[in-house]
Design a protein around this ligand. Structure first.
Ligand code: OGA
Ligand code: MN
Length: 269
């Protein structure tokens, strides 16, 4: 069984597949192809163990070794996740590893515990958003470079940092990327989100407005898939042609996701 149903015209598909074929990679090439075509793939109520999640992940890429052998816990509870501070940054549209030269290829989550309220995951297709831009905007953003830093996303959740906090954020690598990412495939996506600190070579006023305008454009309803979780759901997204965010949920929620990311394969250029 391998059945695909599109969940909206421009983003998101549901895939129905039997567990064994899923885990052993029988359809890995089709899944990889669908992933960049549809931005987000939903596999409902798979109830994967960490081991099965790792097995599947390794059929479509190279697992980033973080957390427990490539599976990390996404939680707001500092007792569960060392990075609970940074998890709050995920409430804002972002790209995983935007501060790296080669952002993650894909991110995947298994839902273990749901929030009582909120906590949907949203993914927007920035390939489609770029394609639909008016020609004048495509020209306006060509060559524009954007500085990405942890500082930008952390300011969204803590806008009066102490000197120690700001210093700590700034020890993390920052990176300049083009706003329009021209991929080897010939397609172009928008690279922006919460990590965008400023547009280089523009006045702060003009640069911030351009980033704001592109973000508003890319996150219009037509480009967004909203996943309403059930326990056991598995959600996979193409991190290079999308932005994503978690919808608000309580900071004392027990919501728990097990996450695996795949190493980036294409440096931004
Ligand atoms: C992530 C992330 C969103 C969510 O794990 O990188 O942004 O809904 N998660 O938990
Ligand atoms: Mn993320």
């Amino acid at each position: 069984m391998f059945e695909v149903t599109n969940l909206s015209p421009k983003v998101g598909s549901e895939v129905r597949i039997d567990r064994a074929s899923f885990v052993n990679g029988t359809h890995a090439r089709e899944i990889e192809r669908l992933l960049v075509e549809r931005s987000a793939l939903v596999f409902r109520e798979m109830f994967l163990t960490d081991e099965e999640q790792r097995q599947f992940a390794s059929t479509i890429g190279e697992i980033t070794l973080q957390g427990e052998e490539g599976v990390s816990k996404i939680s707001m509870d500092p007792a569960v996740s060392l990075f609970a501070d940074y998890t709050r940054g995920a409430f804002y549209w972002h790209i995983d590893g935007a501060n790296d030269p080669t952002p993650a290829k894909a991110t995947m989550l298994t839902a273990k515990v749901l929030a009582d309220e909120g906590g949907d995951t949203l993914i927007c297709n920035t390939y489609a958003a770029y394609d639909d831009l008016p020609e004048a905007d495509k020209q306006a953003i060509e060559g524009v470079k954007v500085r990405h830093a942890l500082e930008a996303s952390q300011r969204l959740v803590n806008n009066q940092p102490t000197v120690a906090e700001l210093t700590r954020w700034r020890t993390r690598p920052s990176r300049t990327h083009p706003l329009a990412w021209h991929h080897h495939s010939g397609r172009t996506s928008l690279l922006l989100g919460a990590t965008a600190l400023y547009a280089e070579g523009m006045s702060r006023e003009d640069g911030d407005m351009l980033l704001c305008r592109m973000q508003e454009w890319a996150t219009q309803e037509d480009y967004v898939y909203r996943h309403k979780w059930k326990v056991g759901d598995f959600l996979l997204w193409d991190n290079t042609g999308t932005m994503h965010r978690a919808d608000w949920y309580s900071l004392d929620s027990d919501r728990l996701m097990h996450r695996t990311t795949l190493e980036g394969e294409e440096p931004v250029r």
